[in-house]
Design a protein around this ligand. Sequence first.
Ligand SMILES: Cc1cc2nc3c(=O)[nH]c(=O)nc-3n(C[C@H](O)[C@H](O)[C@H](O)COP(=O)(O)OP(=O)(O)OC[C@H]3O[C@@H](n4cnc5c(N)ncnc54)[C@H](O)[C@@H]3O)c2cc1C
Length: 803
Amino acid sequence: MKSHAKVVVVGGGVVGASVLYHLTKAGWKDVLLIERAELTSGSTWHAAGGMHTVNGDPNVAKLQQYTIELYKEIERISGQSCGVHITGGIMLAGTRERLDWLKMAKARGRYLGMDLEIITVEEAAKLFPLMDKKHFAGGMFDPIEGHVDPYGVTHAYAKSAQIGGAEIVRHTRVTDLKARADGSWDVITDHGNVHAEHVVNAAGLWAREVGRMVGIELPILAMEHQYLITGDMAELAGKKEQLHCIDFEGEIYIRQERGGMLMGTYERAGVPWSAVTTPWDFGQDLLPNDLERIAPSLEVGFAHFPALEGAGIKKVVNGPFTFAPDGNPLVGPIRGLKNFWVACGVMAGFSQGGGVGLALSRWMVDGDPGADIWGMDVARYGDWTTLAYTNAKVRENYSRRFSIRFPNEELPAARPLRTTPIYEKLEAEHAVFGDYCGLEHALWFAPTADEAEDHISFRRSNAHPHVAAECRAVQNSVGLLEISNYGKFDIRGPGAADWLSHMMANRVPPVGRIALTPMLNERGKLIGDFTMCRIAADHVFLIGTYAAETYYMRWFERHLPASGVSIRPCAMEYVGLSVAGPHSRALLQSLVRDDLSTAAFPFMSFRRMEIGMVPGYLGRVSFTGDLGYEIWVTTDYQRALYESLAKAGRAYGLKLFGGRALNAMRIEKSFGSWAREYRPIYGPFEAGLDRFVDFKKSEFIGRSAAAEEKHSGGALRLLSFKVDATDADAIGDEPIWHDGKTVGWVTSGAFGHRVNHSLALGYVPAALAKADAGFEIEIIGERRKAHRLTGPAFDASGARMRA
Ligand SMILES: Cc1cc2nc3c(=O)[nH]c(=O)nc-3n(C[C@H](O)[C@H](O)[C@H](O)COP(=O)(O)OP(=O)(O)OC[C@H]3O[C@@H](n4cnc5c(N)ncnc54)[C@H](O)[C@@H]3O)c2cc1C
C-alpha cells in the first residue's frame, strides 16, 4: 500500500467504488480505496439489485436517472458486466389516494423527462399477469426499471477506477483517522498508514464507526431486510422476463429471479441491526431468517399474487443495510472537519450510487456538487439527531417505505422531542403541531380539542376553514404566531459588517435597521436567504432557515477570517413571537414605552426594547404582507411575553395563527422560501430577488456570476399564478404547462384566503416570463388553468406592511 494519496476512500461497497470511479473521471488519479475484506463485503453483496428512477425528491430522481444510464459506461470501460436487466416496472395502486399519488408522480416525472404512464388494472394485468386484479385500482408503468448484479456493478466501478489510475487495497481495515494541523489526515490501518489530503467515509454498514473515529455521530442505522426467492414457476417458463412490480398496499416489491420470483418486503415491525455498534467481524454473512415477522406482508403478497404461494420458498435472504432518518443518503463535507467527506446512508445503492459518486466527486474536485443535492446533504441534520432519535425515525421510515406521505401528514415517531416554553399553552389552545428539526411548532389551531387533528389528504382538508379564519384575523385585526423555528446567528466583532458584506449579496443595514439578503455561491446561485438585523456597529443578528443551520455554518466557517469576526448559531437561545395585522401596532404599543409610530419606528427597524416586563429585540418586518412585528427574547422570557401579549391582545381581537396560514399569506405576497423558491439551482434574478443584490457595494461572493446573470437575464423566471383549482391546491413539484407543453414546475402552492383564490409559485423559462395566457398547472392529474400574476396577489403595492 502506498504511503501517500490525495484521497483515501474508506469502504469498497457499491458507493465507495462509485466515488472512486468518479474521482478518477474528474481528473484526480492519486486515489486509493481501502477495503476491510473483499469488495461488496457490507450490505452490497446480498442486495436484490433493484433499480428505479422514481423518487419523492425530483433532484434525487435526476441522480437516480443518471445512475441507471451510467451502467453502460462502466461496462464499456471495465469490460465487466453489470448484469443489467431493464424489464420495465409497474407500481400498483390499491386505493384512490395511491392512484392520486401515482398521478402526481407521473406529473412530476414530466419535467424530469421521465416517460411514465398511468395504466388501468386491465392494462397492468396484461403487463404483469401474476397479479390478481381484484385488489387493485390502477397503476403506473415506468419503462426504465429493472435490476442489476450487485457484484458486477461494484467491480465494474472498481475496474473502471483502476483503469483511470486508482488503487484498491483489500483485506486492510482502517482503524483510526487522525487529523493533521494542515487539514490532511493520517489514515491508520492494520497494514500500515497512509497520509491523505482527503478522506471519504463510504463505510456503509460501518459508516457510524468510521464517523466516531473523527468524533462525529452520523444519523444512520441499519435495519434488517428480508426477501425470498420462490421455486421455479410454470407460469414463467418460456416467457419474456417479468416486470418489476411494487405493490404499495402490501409494502412489497417483486421481480423475476431466474425461473422463480424474488419478493421483498418493508414490514411494519422492522428490526434494527446493531443499534449502537456494528461488529467488525461481520463479513459476507446473512442474518437468521424471521419469516414470522414478515408474515403479514407475505399473506398480502400471496393474496395479491397467488401463483407465488404455490411455488414454495427456495431461499430467504435477511441482510442489514443503512438508512438516515428520512431515507435519503448523507453526502458531503462535514462541518468543522477539513477535507473529511461522507457518502453513506445510501439505502438504494443501485439507483443512487452513481449519482452520489458524481455529486461527491464534483464537490471535492470543483468545490461544488454541481447539482441541487440539498435532499441528501449531510448538513440537513443537526444536534437533535441523537442515537435514539435516529433509531425511532429510521424504524418509522422503514415501516412506511411504500406508504404515502400526504402533504399535510405529520409523522409521530420521536415526538415531542424539542418544545419551547409555550408548548403547553399552545396545546391548550388546540394547536395541531408539526415537527421541524425535532422541534414542535403550531401548524394551525382547531376550535376544540376533538377537532385538533389533520385529516390527511391531497385535497383541501378539515384545516381549510380554520386556516381561513386565522388569515382573516391577520387581515382584519391581529394574529399571534410563534416564530421560534428559525435559524439565528449572532455575529460580532470589529470585522463583522465587512465580513457579512462579503458573504451576502445585499448591503449590510445601518445600526437599528433590517435588510433582507440572498447569499450566493461563487457560481452566483442561491445558497441562502437571510434577514440581517444590525444591533450595533460590531453586532448583527442574522435570521435564516433553521433546517439549514449546519449547512450555513459549514459555509460561514469556511469563509471566516482568522480574527475580527465571530459567528455563533443561537437558534434555541432566542425564541420568538410575531404579531401581524392592522391592530398589531396598537397591541404592542400598549406594552411598550418606545414610540412605535411609522415615523419613529418605520418598516425594517430593529431595536432592543422592553415589552411589558420582558427585554427583547423588536423588528418591524412582515412575512404575512400585513403590518407586523417580530419579537426575539431569550428562552426564559418567552412564556411571560406570550402571556402579556395574549392578555393585552383580548382588547384587539388577537387570534393565534400557525405555519399553514403563514405559508398561505407569504404565497399571496409572492415571498419565496428556502428549499422551495430559493435553492442552489436558481440565480437571484431568476428568483426575482434583483432588488436585494447590491452591485454598488464592494466585492461579495458570487458578484461576477450574478452580474452575468443580470446581463443575460438568466434562463428561468419565478412567476406567481392564480389557479382555477376547486378542491385541491398545488403543493409543490407539479408541472406547469404552456400551450400544451410542460415548461416548468411549481415550487409552492396554497389557497390564498385573503384573496379567495388558489395560488402557486413556480419557475418557467425566462422567455415565457411575460406570456399572458396559455398556462396550466397539473394538480392530481388534472390540468387547471393558471393566470400569470404581474405582482403579488395580496396588496401588490406593499402599502399595508409599510403603513
Ligand atoms: C437484503 C437487501 C436487499 C437490498 N436490495 C436492494 C435493491 O434491490 N436495490 C438497491 O438499490 N439496494 C438494495 N439494498 C441496499 C444496498 O445493498 C445498499 O444501498 C448498498 O449496498 C450500500 O452500499 P455501501 O457501499 O454504502 O455500503 P456497504 O455495502 O456496506 O459497503 C461498505 C464497505 O466498507 C467496508 N468498510 C467499512 N469500514 C471499513 C474500514 N474501517 N476499513 C476498510 N473498509 C471498511 C466494508 O467492508 C464494506 O465492504 C439491499 C440491501 C439488503 C441488505
